[in-house]
Design a protein around this ligand. Structure first.
Ligand SMILES: CC(C)(COP(=O)(O)OP(=O)(O)OC[C@H]1O[C@@H](n2cnc3c(N)ncnc32)[C@H](O)[C@@H]1OP(=O)(O)O)[C@@H](O)C(=O)NCCC(=O)NCCS
Length: 205
């Protein structure tokens, strides 16, 4: 489907800075924090941490899209936050600020939300055999060419080789493009939360 020459490959050390810029451009948040410094930290983790799988799709010499998945999710974040205390401070401050805002604003409608109040039971599953999509993104110029799909297809192969049996994804409820992409590569909706949709795909088939 892609009509531009594309090369899908694992993220290399020389990609860190370009990947961070592409992530920041697409508004990737890292533990709720946006911006280039946060994205630099996660881009560096892609090449240094074995539990992080990162793929880039290169077109015309630039990163056209990327896909980052994290296995053993809880352990990863614990180690990541312990390694970056300044970032941890920002995450805590951000969460306190948001909790404060929530207390001040009226309670949102729970209509349509799942019974477990936010899918915690499913989303919190974490092990070496379970990976979670941190983000899939394709730069605007390259959207609709099948690159998101190609990135996922290659990621399934990578995860399969590593013995990972399941890939989970969490998508904003109003992100129609992302919902279509995930459905087109075989993700099934597991639960619908207040603002997010939780999906999962077996890597074994
Ligand atoms: C979501 C995103 C990654 C899709 O990437 P993409 O390369 O354009 O997707 P593809 O071209 O591979 O499309 C895959 C399928 O999804 C459909 N699709 C993709 N974007 C769509 C959109 N905006 N509206 C409707 N369908 C869409 C395609 O038609 C295709 O369906 P098909 O298999 O039936 O032909 C891209 O739009 C993006 O980066 N968006 C902004 C960042 C974002 O929201 N990321 C997801 C965070 S969870």
């Amino acid at each position: 489907m892609a009509s531009v020459p594309e090369n899908i490959r694992r993220v290399e050390a020389t990609d860190v800075s370009d990947l961070a810029e592409a992530m920041a451009e697409l508004g990737v948040t890292v533990a709720g924090i946006s911006g280039l410094p946060a994205n630099r930290l996660i881009a560096a983790a892609v090449v240094s941490r074995p539990e992080v799988n990162g793929l880039v799709c290169e077109c015309r010499g630039e990163i056209a899209g990327f896909l980052v998945c994290i296995s053993n999710w809880k352990q990863f974040w614990l180690k990541f936050l312990a390694r970056h205390p300044v970032f941890l401070f920002k995450v805590v401050a951000n969460r306190l600020f948001k909790a404060n805002l929530k207390r001040r604003s009226p309670a949102p409608s729970t209509e349509g939300a799942s019974q477990d109040g936010g899918n915690k039971i499913y989303w919190e599953d974490s092990s070496l055999a379970i990976s979670k999509t941190l983000y899939v993104g394709v730069r605007e110029t390259y959207r609709g060419l099948g690159l998101g799909k190609l990135l996922y297809q290659r990621m399934f192969e990578e995860l399969h080789k590593q013995g990972i049996s399941r890939l989970d994804a969490r998508i904003a409820g109003d992100n129609e493009g992302s919902q279509k992409l995930h459905a087109s590569v075989g993700f099934k909706v597991v639960k619908r939360g207040r603002d997010a949709i939780f999906l999962s795909r077996s890597i074994e088939d």
